[in-house]
Design a protein around this ligand. Structure first.
Ligand SMILES: [Zn+2]
Length: 77
């Protein structure tokens, strides 16, 4: 995906959050991160995207999912 390579290059090959260098495999492989989540009105514009390592992206994803599950819980209760 060219966007991911482009962003990783812009950031000097470092994760947007932890500043660890990207690797091809493993928890520091690059992934696309939305600085502002799409569910919060963020866009797919390059200005809203950053390259984050898999570890950081998944950590944030977990937080988002927990918030979502709480919201769903409120609806079903
Ligand atoms: Zn990271």
């Amino acid at each position: 995906m060219w966007v991911r390579r482009h962003l990783a290059k812009l950031q000097g090959g470092l994760c947007y959050y932890c500043r660890r260098p990207f690797t091809k495999r493993g928890p520091t492989r690059p992934t696309i991160e939305h600085k502002k989540a799409r569910m919060d009105g963020g866009t797919d514009d390059l200005s809203n995207l950053a390259a984050a390592c898999f570890h950081c992206n998944q950590h944030r994803g977990t937080q988002k999912n927990q918030a979502k599950q709480k919201a769903l819980g409120r609806i079903s209760n």
